[in-house]
Design a binder for this molecule. Structure first.
Ligand code: 13P
Length: 342
């Protein structure tokens, strides 16, 4: 493990005004996204869509790294240049999703544990040779009246820490993602309680397993009422509760924190990030690692005609990336949305 490489990569991932674009949807998730806009989901259509994203001119102004799926890391542009090479030339770090997805947790109905540790050391060596500089592992925690259980929080935190240690051994920065799903009817207070419990366990496990926090990026959910909750939370409440929760359990010397969008509306995800960064100086860099909240509008434009709408989809992608870049500096305002072309 090279401490300086890990620290430098983590620093680059959350450099001022930059965040991560998550484009690591599995073929099954891509199928859902493409179905929603009426585009057939094939290896070639996924490749063409990702080429549109990766080659967006000037993307590197806002995006420090892109998380890719195994299939995408092995793909090339229509001209035959590996995607990882295109990204590296632009100064964007190629990342790789390495988990094998959430599976049912034995004896715990309705709960999941993320698998993928077996053979991970060997896969990381291969991904590194293919150009990956950071990785992602996503744990999924659902909330209802009786879950999550302590067991679910524990096994997922344990797996995240084992994954993180293997990444650091290979000089790859682990992005640690314990996602609390927001699709339930939980109040913001319950979201706070579960996020806090999960983060507490994650940092305990990271310490037990000797993971270097300066070489870790935490990818977390925001503390927010569930989308089915009768009372929705406003921007000020989300920013205040999320910062309070993060300050409680995330040590100041972590490499950085980024958020997933989790199904929030695009502008809502931007406004929440902005409110947190506008709240004054923070102990850690705080940025974004959105998939849907950046890609949604660009996907819609591209889908209208994938052969001809490449430049127009890229403009839309760049616009949302820029808005989130501004939000990561507390410099975004709703009024800026009027400048968009979609
Ligand atoms: P969303 O921003 O669409 O939630 O996706 C982020 C991600 O990488 C989920 O693992």
């Amino acid at each position: 493990m090279d401490i300086e490489i890990l620290k430098a990569t983590a620093k680059q991932m959350v450099a001022t005004g930059k965040g991560i674009l998550a484009a690591d949807e599995s073929a099954a998730t891509c199928q859902k996204r493409f179905d929603s806009v009426g585009v057939p989901c094939t290896e070639e259509s996924r490749r063409a869509y990702r080429e549109m994203i990766i080659t967006a001119p000037g993307l590197e102004e806002y995006i420090s790294g892109i998380i890719l799926h195994d299939e995408t890391l092995r793909q090339k542009t229509a001209d035959g240049v590996p995607f990882a090479e295109v990204l590296s030339k632009k100064g964007i770090l190629p990342g790789i999703k390495v988990d094998a997805g959430p599976k049912d947790l034995a004896l715990h109905p309705g709960e999941k544990v993320t698998e993928g540790l077996d053979g991970l050391r060997e896969r990381l060596a291969e991904y590194k040779a293919l150009g990956a500089r950071f990785a992602k592992w996503r744990a999924v925690i659902s909330i209802d009246a009786s879950i999550p259980s302590d067991a679910c929080i524990h096994v997922n935190a344990h797996a995240l820490a084992r994954y993180a240690a293997l990444c650091q051994e290979a000089d790859i920065v682990p992005m640690i993602e314990p996602e609390i799903l927001i699709s339930g009817d939980q109040t913001i207070e319950r979201s706070y309680e579960v996020t806090l419990a999960s983060l507490k366990k994650v940092f305990e496990e990271l310490a037990v397993q000797n993971v270097l926090l300066e070489g870790v990026i935490l990818k977390t959910s925001m503390v927010i009422a569930g989308t089915k909750a009768t009372t929705q939370s406003n921007v000020t409440q989300v920013a205040e509760a999320t910062l309070r929760c993060l300050k409680e359990h995330v040590p100041a010397h972590i490499g950085g924190i980024v958020f997933l969008s989790g199904g929030q509306a695009d502008e809502q995800a931007t406004a929440h990030l902005n409110a947190m960064n506008a709240a004054g100086s923070l102990p850690w860099p705080l940025s974004f690692s959105y998939a849907r909240a950046i890609q949604n509008p660009a996907l819609k434009v591209w889908a209208q005609n994938p052969a001809t709408n490449i430049a127009s989809a890229q403009q839309v992608l760049l616009f949302r990336s820029k808005m989130n870049s501004l939000a990561s500096q507390g410099k975004y305002s709703d009024a800026m949305e009027t400048e968009r072309s979609y």
